[in-house]
Design a binder for this molecule. Structure first.
Ligand SMILES: O=C(O)c1ccccc1NCC(=O)[C@H](O)[C@H](O)COP(=O)(O)O
Length: 224
């Protein structure tokens, strides 16, 4: 069905920063809707296009392969696109709307919002109105993957309600707090990296399963 298939009581799940066949198989077994490949060399979770190309065939139909870039050059971006079958792009740097649209070239894409104090939600959604989704993440050093939540109460209620079908909530989520996030915001999807790792950059199958189970438990409490 893919990450951006909105259903109020079936929150989609993306697990980001997968690097090995074991990671992929565990995420698929847990029931994710998308896996994220970090094409940002500075990240401990970074993969090359060739590694991602070897992993993507392990995904069943309907599970998105999300390609995450941070201020990639056109040559870097085209090399990723030529090497592996990305189904959804995630722009997580300082990319302008025009740069996102030009690089995506008609492919589905989402823009990360790195939410610090007084983040201008309306300006952001106006600027990036052509995005297929907004991934709301915490403002951390190194662009993302920080393992810390941002202040969800800072999201204006009207904005959250209007944009829920295209919000992917991220930043410091884990099996213990994702239920609260879902009950507050009812996002289309949730995204996690640190919260399913035993140490930075090393995913844990049990934590992956626990995270998805916590999402399902929260969905079960959501009135239809
Ligand atoms: O994951 C990274 O290392 C990373 C590095 C640079 C830019 C983005 C990065 N990750 C983006 C993601 O989509 C993460 O899942 C998101 O930031 C949440 O991470 P976490 O707070 O660790 O769950």
């Amino acid at each position: 069905m893919g990450l951006l298939t909105y259903s109020p009581n079936r929150t989609r799940v993306k697990i980001c920063g997968l690097k090995t066949p074991v990671d992929i198989d565990a995420a698929v077994a847990a029931g994710v809707d998308a896996v994220g490949f970090v094409f940002y060399p500075s990240s401990v979770r970074a993969v090359t296009p060739n590694i991602a190309a070897a992993l993507i065939p392990r995904l069943p139909t309907g599970v998105d392969a999300v390609g995450l870039v941070v201020n990639a050059s056109r040559a870097q971006f085209e090399a990723i696109r030529a090497t592996c079958s990305i189904t959804l792009w995630q722009f997580h740097g300082d990319e302008t709307p025009a740069q996102c649209e030009e690089l995506a070239a008609g492919d589905p894409w989402m823009r990360a919002a790195r939410v610090g104090k007084d983040f201008a939600f309306d300006d952001f959604s106006l600027q990036y109105g052509h995005a297929d989704a907004f991934l709301l993440d915490a403002l951390v050093e190194g662009y993302g993957g920080g393992g810390v939540p941002f202040d969800w109460q800072g999201i204006p209620q009207t904005w959250a309600k209007e944009n829920a079908p295209r919000v992917v909530l991220s930043g410091g989520l884990n099996a213990h707090n994702v239920g609260e996030a879902i009950s507050r915001l009812h996002p289309c999807a949730v995204d996690v990296s640190s919260g399913v790792e035993i140490t930075r950059g090393v995913k844990d199958p049990a934590l992956m399963s626990q995270f998805v189970e916590a999402v399902r438990a929260a969905d079960a409490k959501t009135p239809i």
